[in-house]
Design a binder for this molecule. Structure first.
Ligand SMILES: Cc1cc2nc3c(=O)[nH]c(=O)nc-3n(C[C@H](O)[C@H](O)[C@H](O)COP(=O)(O)OP(=O)(O)OC[C@H]3O[C@@H](n4cnc5c(N)ncnc54)[C@H](O)[C@@H]3O)c2cc1C
Length: 389
């Protein structure tokens, strides 16, 4: 006999955890089925940046709602810890993007985000250790920073459990069953589970999981190298930064390290389970060369360690939050290397889509699955082009 639930969530990364929490909060009996352990996928390797600058307003809205109602208010809203550090965030832009950049910041201000365009001189005043001759302006978000994706996920799961959710680890979903055009349950390595609602939040494995429901998702894997550098002792405070002029991002990691990674060279199409601890050969050299252009003191630094993580990426590098295929089947995948910061509000909006037929927290309908078949790929209002080159 299968075990019966109201909803089955496939995957215990931050996305599955957030959806489970929000469905359980609304009274559903939820099971999270995880093939490995909590946060063993992209989530456990996430750089955790929480910033609101996007060229697509829907993504800025998702991060702003996630910041305002969750990261900035974690203990009260969810309980436990999310490790949010308000370091401030700077998006350093290419000179040729000035008009688009100002357009995006104006959109974000309309949403209510605390952001403004500041000059290179202002950047220098805020961060005297930065070289600022390569750019003219940046967007500054004093409220942004970074959080800990594993803590965030565990807190969501603990809160979901308090509302009756069951977490089953080492439990791989191997088949999705349907009857009369709607989902009825799944087979797993730990037995049968029945539910009228099934959500795939399977990260880099989401293409394979969707196939089990006869849904073809245009998703490949995206493999991303991240370095941890020793913080030079003489370096002053730095915020979290995405620097499009040198194609990399970085942030403090506690008080002793700096986390840094590139925006290019991420491999596409590796098997989701491929050995994932080997960075691309030129990664460290290229990254350090780039970082020195912004922080000359990086020369005094050294490499502490590297890790490699893998997410699913879609053709427009934006997530899919949508019903798809048989009735009762939902996708929350293709987070495209940027889905940690948006997961709290995206999970709330997915729960509303599932239960009310319409998202309320943030309108996630732009992220519908049908956009690919219709050739309606998402583009920023003032688009910079792909984030990941
Ligand atoms: C290196 C790296 C750095 C990043 N940095 C940032 C950042 O700074 N800011 C940001 O916002 N985002 C960032 N991201 C993106 C963000 O971390 C991911 O988008 C997010 O964590 C994805 O969460 P998820 O729950 O969708 O997927 P995952 O965390 O990958 O979880 C999917 C889970 O599904 C499970 N699963 C798969 N198949 C099955 C099955 N058949 N049965 C049961 N379980 C299954 C997997 O084991 C896995 O645990 C980064 C990603 C990476 C890889």
């Amino acid at each position: 006999m299968p075990q019966n639930f109201d909803a089955l969530i496939i995957g215990a990364g931050v996305m599955g955890a957030s959806i489970a929490f929000h469905l359980a909060e609304r009274g559903l009996k939820v099971a999270i089925l995880e093939r490995n352990v909590v946060a063993s996928g992209a989530t456990g390797h996430s750089s955790g940046l929480v910033r609101m600058h996007y060229d697509l307003a829907a993504e800025s809205e998702l991060t702003f709602a996630s910041y305002k109602h969750y990261f900035n208010n974690w203990k009260e809203r969810i309980g436990g810890e999310c490790g949010f550090q308000k370091t401030g965030f700077m998006q350093i832009a290419k000179r040729e993007h000035e008009d688009k950049f100002r357009g995006n910041v104006a959109n974000q201000q309309r949403i209510g985000i605390n952001t403004s365009v500041i000059s290179a001189d202002d950047v220098k005043k805020l961060v005297p250790d930065f070289l600022t001759d390569q750019f003219d302006f940046a967007a500054y978000e004093p409220d942004s920073g970074y959080a800990d994706a594993t803590l965030t996920t565990n807190s969501f799961i603990e809160a979901a459990k308090r509302n009756g959710t069951t977490l089953i680890q080492n439990c791989e979903v191997t088949a999705i069953h349907t009857s009369g055009g709607r989902v009825t349950g799944v087979s797993t390595t730990k037995g049968e589970f029945a539910a009228p609602t099934i959500v795939s939040a399977a990260g880099a494995w989401a293409k394979h999981v969707a196939k089990l429901a006869d849904v073809d998702v245009p998703l490949v894997t995206w493999t991303h190298d991240v370095a941890f550098l020793h913080r030079p002792p003489s370096l002053g405070k730095i915020p979290a930064v995405i620097d499009d002029t040198i194609n990399c991002y970085f942030r403090p990691e506690g008080s002793a390290l700096i986390l840094a990674a590139g925006e290019d060279e991420s491999l596409r199409g590796e098997a989701p389970d491929a050995e994932d601890q080997t960075p691309t050969p030129t990664f460290v050299e290229k990254l350090i060369d780039a970082m020195i252009q912004r922080i000359p003191k990086i020369e005094e630094s050294g490499l502490h360690s590297i890790h490699v993580g893998r997410d699913g990426i879609t053709p427009d590098q934006r997530a899919i939050y949508s019903a798809a295929g048989p009735d009762g089947f939902y996708l929350a995948c293709g987070l495209s290397g940027t889905g940690f910061k948006t997961a709290p509000a995206a999970g709330a909006s997915m729960a509303e889509l599932i239960l009310d037929g319409k998202p309320k927290t943030v309108d996630i309908t732009p992220f519908r699955f049908g956009r690919f078949a219709e050739g309606q790929l998402l583009q920023g209002e003032y688009g910079y082009g792909n984030i990941w080159k």
